[in-house]
Design a protein around this ligand. Sequence first.
Ligand SMILES: CCCCCCCCCCCCCCCC(=O)SCCNC(=O)CCNC(=O)[C@H](O)C(C)(C)COP(=O)(O)OP(=O)(O)OC[C@H]1O[C@@H](n2cnc3c(N)ncnc32)[C@H](O)[C@@H]1OP(=O)(O)O
Length: 169
Amino acid sequence: MSPKHPSDSLTILTDLVLPSETNPLNNLFGGELLARMDRAASIAARRHSRRIVVTASVNHVAFNRAIPLGSVVTVEAKVSRSFKSSMEIYIDVWIEDRESGNKNKANEAIYTFVAVDDTGRPVEVAPIVPETELEKERFEAALRRKQLSLVLAGKMKPSEATELKALFL
Ligand SMILES: CCCCCCCCCCCCCCCC(=O)SCCNC(=O)CCNC(=O)[C@H](O)C(C)(C)COP(=O)(O)OP(=O)(O)OC[C@H]1O[C@@H](n2cnc3c(N)ncnc32)[C@H](O)[C@@H]1OP(=O)(O)O
């Protein structure tokens, strides 16, 4: 399979925050943001693999800034690293300033998707070659995050998490 770049999977969703999507403080519900991120990430995973994809785990979510009613929210998702059948998707969430049009970072998240065949069995995906400095940074750290996710899911013994252990040696 020929390698792809993270930019090949770039997916950008821009949408408003409506009253039905807010909490009593008039900020976007966390669950609504998770759903928007899942949608963008699934399209990015699909663009990379051109296969059916399923969410295997949500590895990290940081709700750093509340997103007020009426905001214009942009969710940007890209595959940061592919393994055999799994892909790490890095998601950046931005709010557009109403007056200046400048975009400010509100949140970020990391999801893992797995490409599967019609019967739900994992299938191989293309390798990935990062290009920018940020893509290279995210690529390098992705194996560590995969091992942490597998350890937390009880799918890997901590003693086998070589990349994680290396952090503490
Ligand atoms: C084209 C452009 C326009 C497209 C326009 C249309 C787009 C339209 C898209 C619509 C797309 C909708 C996307 C909805 C996305 C859902 O919402 S799917 C619903 C929620 N998710 C599910 O139901 C998944 C349920 N789980 C499963 O099916 C299985 O557990 C899985 C995820 C397939 C894994 O199966 P398994 O038996 O554990 O397989 P296993 O070989 O052990 O692991 C497979 C890989 O997953 C990894 N993995 C497993 N668990 C974890 C974990 N917890 N953490 C990290 N990695 C893990 C393994 O390490 C392994 O990785 P590789 O080394 O192969 O890379």
